[in-house]
Design a protein around this ligand. Structure first.
Ligand code: ARG
Length: 713
């Protein structure tokens, strides 16, 4: 008995990481922070230089920013890129029509010629990273910039541009710089990027695989989503970025990821490199409460209403289903995240933990006799208290335009300048009209959303917090806001082409200024301007306090490495493959299989449809080279990696740096993770690369893509 428990203890010690997996680490600090040792203890077999090297090809050269805010990786010598389905979603939707519904049916190009160019897409590589902290501090010291300017994004961008201009790095015409503060402006890095804009859709599974589980399963485990899509980067003949042209050629990158079909065992090393968007790990307890009650709560309330309308309308027709698919996913994603985060903050005792940490920090500050540190949390909290209502109103107003397109993209006093060039009014008005009434806009649905969302805005705000025009509206239409909205949606200039043409027959400034939608949009903009002024006043007080707090925390941490909050720059997270216990008595397995897809099938729910072909492959067990040793087809798996939004699409790499999966989500029980990483329950949800390749080859019949990859068996 005793012997057994000792053996057990030893295995537990060998498989349980001793080190916290928390940390979105900066590649450029990997050596300095001595992370390689920790990684090696967890199983890493390659050197830190192979992961990131400032002057030789390394894994980081195969990884880039996909689209606006996701990660993608190059997986062939011909610029083939894999990312999540939900990252490609907007582009796939753009290319879809009722006749060619790629969203619904999937798309598999059978040659490079069949690949589809996408509007507004991009793939961005990191070229160079420089520590410019001393440079910025010198500029503060010699008065070239003020302390206040040292936090200002525009000011920093100007300096970044200046330093970039002075650099004579080769190929500069294809690069752009970005200078950002890190560790609350205790550090600054200048990053050069290279962005390719000719990126084409190569293949995507149908919705029923790529988004299997839909909004119901989103942010949840166990998961069965084949969340991937494939694109290809094209460049000019010299491999440089170029606008779309049929003369462009597939890009050859210095590095592409190898793919492993070996899979993983429990406890295996796993690392992820990608571009996490934003975390807030250094908030005070009061700031966490602000996030809960003045940001998440009003956001949830507004989106509850718009989502109800969108869901109802999407049920009604396939056309609406395509048009609103992307909007539903966008609005629902952080609606659900906000609900889960508020719950997890309570369940995981985040406030209590923060308060304890704050007490510990204060005691330490006192012990070293640093009164700046000692009082900084109180100072932050005093500011938070004053800021709460402004934060609440900022969220509400943002949600107003975030949910109602007719409010967001209408005319406003900013358009008075139309009359500066009367000969162009026709053309410019038509283009404003066209960008509002884009392919996916449905006036009647937007009107329904407005009728839900605007009354709630009135309910949750006080007259003195609103623009004068909105108070006029309230007085005039008390209890009949729906009538007001009908007037706006029926009578304003951009409501329909008839109104637009009527206006264009004899356009006058007076008519423009008396337009109800113009007035409403101008009022919303005025409120936002007011709020943003207040917010930047608060930021002026908060920035130096946060800088001090973080400086103190770093000093207190001593040699323990710390990672700065995510800011959409490249990060590395390392951990292991691991299960978790969502609640007492329940353990979740660390992976799922195709069996689970079949178990979840529900022909009555659009989120749980299983394509006939997938069932056939499942029944015949036609899995090619991709099944696990026990003959099952893996679908998704869990790791302890520390990721957040922006990491979506990031490759999960094994101890040899080979691709074994793609990160695509986080788990419900730890949605407080952006604020406080929870080492016990927080997991990263990944789609298994074997499932990806199985779908490509067996379901999509697109073997040509497998043939160009470098696969290690
Ligand atoms: N929660 C995931 C993320 O934020 C997936 C989002 C898209 N999926 C969805 N069902 N809305 O990356």
């Amino acid at each position: 008995m005793k012997k057994l428990s000792l053996a057990l203890l030893l295995t537990v010690l060998a498989t349980t990481p001793i080190f916290a997996d928390k940390g979105m680490w900066l590649l450029q600090l990997m050596r300095q922070q001595n992370l390689e040792d920790n990684m090696r203890k967890l199983g890493l077999q390659i050197s830190a230089d192979e992961i990131y090297s400032p002057d030789a090809p390394s894994l980081k050269d195969a990884i880039g920013i996909f689209g606006g805010g996701c990660t993608g990786e190059v997986i062939s010598p011909n610029g083939l890129v894999v990312t999540n389905h939900h990252c490609g979603f907007g582009f796939i939707q753009q290319l879809s029509t009722v006749e060619h519904n790629y969203l619904q049916n999937g798309f598999w190009s059978q040659s490079n010629e069949e690949e589809l160019p996408c509007n507004g897409i991009g793939f961005t590589f990191v070229v160079k990273i420089t520590d410019v902290t001393d440079e910025i501090n010198a500029r503060i010291a010699n008065g070239k910039i003020s302390e206040e300017q040292s936090f200002n994004r525009n000011e920093l961008a100007k300096i970044g541009k200046e330093l970039f201009d002075a650099d004579n790095i080769e190929g500069k015409e294809y690069m752009h710089p970005q200078l950002l503060p890190y560790f609350e402006a205790n550090k600054y890095y200048l990053v050069y990027y290279k962005r390719y804009t000719d990126v084409r859709l190569v293949g995507t599974p149908p919705f029923a695989i790529g988004k299997f589980g839909g909004e119901t399963d989103n942010w949840m485990w166990p998961r069965h989503t084949g969340d991937f899509s494939m694109f290809r980067i094209y460049g000019d003949k010299n491999g440089n970025p170029a606008a779309y042209s049929k003369d462009n050629v597939p890009l050859k990158t210095p590095k592409h990821l190898k793919i492993s079909l070996e899979g993983f065992s429990y406890g295996d090393y796993a690392m992820i490199m990608g571009f996490p968007g934003s975390t807030s790990r250094y908030l005070t307890a009061d700031e966490v409460k602000q996030r809960m009650y003045h940001k998440n709560e009003p956001r949830i309330a507004m989106r509850d209403l718009s989502l109800k309308v969108i869901r109802e309308e999407m049920e009604k027709s396939e056309d609406t289903n395509i048009k609103y698919a992307s909007k539903l996913a966008r609005i629902s994603n952080y609606w659900k995240n906000s609900i889960g985060m508020n719950k997890a903050i309570i369940d995981n005792k985040v406030i209590e933990t923060k308060l304890q940490e704050e007490a510990g920090f204060k005691a330490w500050a006192k012990s070293i006799g640093n009164s700046d540190y000692e009082n900084v949390v109180e100072k932050i909290n005093a500011c938070v208290e004053e800021m709460n209502r402004t934060q609440y109103l900022t969220t509400l107003t943002g949600e107003l335009v975030g949910n109602v397109e007719f409010f967001a993209r209408n005319l406003s006093d900013g358009n008075k300048n139309l009359f500066d060039a009367p000969e162009k009014i026709n053309e410019r008005m038509k283009s404003i009209y066209a960008s509002l009434h884009d392919r996916d806009y449905v006036h009647s649905i937007d009107r329904r959303i407005a009728k839900e969302v605007l009354p709630l805005y009135f309910e949750l705000t006080k007259p003195e917090e609103r623009d004068a025009y909105l108070n006029e509206v309230e007085k005039k239409y008390k209890g009949k806001l729906s009538k007001y909205i009908d007037e706006v949606y029926d009578n304003s200039i951009l409501a329909n082409e008839k109104n637009l043409n009527k206006f264009l027959k004899k356009p006058t400034l007076k008519k423009l200024e008396s337009d109800p939608a113009y007035k409403l949009r101008s009022a919303i903009i005025a409120s936002q301007r007011e709020l943003s002024k207040k917010n930047s006043e608060f930021a002026k007080r908060m920035n130096p306090l946060h800088k001090t707090y973080l400086k103190g925390l770093m000093q207190k941490a001593g040699n323990d490495p710390m990672a700065p909050d995510a800011n959409s720059t490249m990060r590395l997270t390392y951990g292991t493959v691991k299960s978790y216990e969502p609640k007492d008595g329940v353990t979740y397995n660390h992976y799922t299989t195709l069996k689970g897809v079949m178990q979840k099938e529900n022909p009555n729910s659009s989120e749980f449809i299983v394509p006939a072909r997938l069932k056939e492959l499942y029944e015949k067990k036609e899995y090619g080279d991709y099944a696990m040793p026990d003959g099952e087809m893996p679908v998704a798996f869990l790791t302890t990696n520390d990721i957040t939004g922006g990491n979506s699409g990031s490759g999960v790499l094994n101890s040899r740096g080979e691709l074994i999966g793609l990160a695509f989500d986080g788990n419900w029980e730890s949605l407080s993770g952006d604020i406080n990483f929870d080492n016990i329950k927080q997991r990263c949800i990944n789609v298994d690369i074997r499932y990806v390749l199985f779908i490509v080859e067996k379901f999509g019949n697109c073997k040509r893509l497998i043939d160009e990859m470098t696969i290690v068996k």
